[in-house]
Design a protein around this ligand. Structure first.
Ligand SMILES: [Mn+2]
Length: 276
């Protein structure tokens, strides 16, 4: 492994969809965090951009117990000086209640980080499920993440609640499986998102498609950039430095392989992909 792969950089991961602590992806994630803790690899920022878990309810005792290791490692990483953000995906609820110290749990739909090389640049980050979503999804999402629903969910026994949610996650995946993504429509919605948030660079996950696209912002005519992370069917991270050189780092049992990000849509379009 090249020691400079992560050092002083910003590391984004998303859509691991970990089901349980015996999952191979969980093991790879723990190893990655261990490696990031070492001074020669230490990044500036680690961002978990949602759907790290296939299902997570922060109030669930059994869940907190099963993944306590991850919490300890992330807290240790944060204590070593790395900024650690954890943004909720659409498979995750009440993450803040995991209670992991030093972790910045993001509850807003969008958050921002700033990089400063020659000049300060603001980057917008979101999970992605609200981009290109039909109007009823907004209502559904607001409902399912509302304090009333979260409060009611806490009354259910852990086991029943977890089983219910896993079934929900599976059925939503089955529904999405054969729906292909309209890339142009999605990217034009993503461009509108950049414009709304007044940024020229946006990063998201959720769609499981490795976009790296230049999009034109309608009103100003400026060029914006959209990056999206693929799922952990192939464990990976999006890594960039303050000069905004972007890499995809692939995580294997043997180690790490990194490659500079190249354009995606100019190549072959992906087949329909399950959306998480
Ligand atoms: Mn998702």
């Amino acid at each position: 492994m090249v020691p400079t792969e992560f050092f002083n950089k910003h590391v984004v991961i998303s859509d691991l969809h970990i089901k349980n602590a015996t999952d191979q992806r969980y093991r790879l994630l723990l190893r990655l965090i261990d490696d990031l803790c070492s001074p020669k690899n230490r990044p500036k920022t680690l961002i978990l951009l949602g759907d790290v878990f296939d299902f997570c309810f922060g109030y669930s005792k059994s869940f907190r117990k099963e993944f306590s290791h991850l919490g300890e490692k992330l807290s240790a990483l944060a204590l070593s000086g790395v900024r650690v953000f954890f943004l909720e995906g659409n498979h995750e609820f009440a993450l803040k209640n995991l209670g992991w110290p030093e972790i910045d749990f993001v509850t807003q739909d969008v958050f921002f980080i700033e990089t400063s090389a020659k000049q300060v640049q603001k980057i917008g980050l979101c999970h992605g499920d609200l981009i290109n979503a039909p109007w009823h999804y907004y209502i559904f999402r607001r409902f399912i993440k509302s304090t009333t629903v979260i409060w009611a969910a806490r009354l259910l026994p852990d086991k029943i609640f977890n089983a219910l949610c896993n079934r929900l996650a599976d059925s939503s995946r089955a529904m999405e499986k054969y729906r292909s993504i309209n890339h142009q429509k999605l990217l034009s919605e993503a461009a509108k998102w950049l414009e709304r948030e007044e940024v020229l660079l946006g990063i998201m996950g959720h769609f499981h498609v490795p976009y790296a696209e230049t999009v034109t912002l309608g009103r100003s005519g400026k060029d914006g950039q959209i990056f999206c992370l693929p799922s952990w069917t192939l464990p990976n991270a999006l890594v960039f430095d303050d000069e905004h050189n972007f890499y995809r780092v692939y995580i294997t049992e043997e180690g790490y392989n990194s490659e500079p990000v190249s354009k995606y849509l100019s190549e072959e379009k992906p087949r329909s992909t399950p959306i998480g």
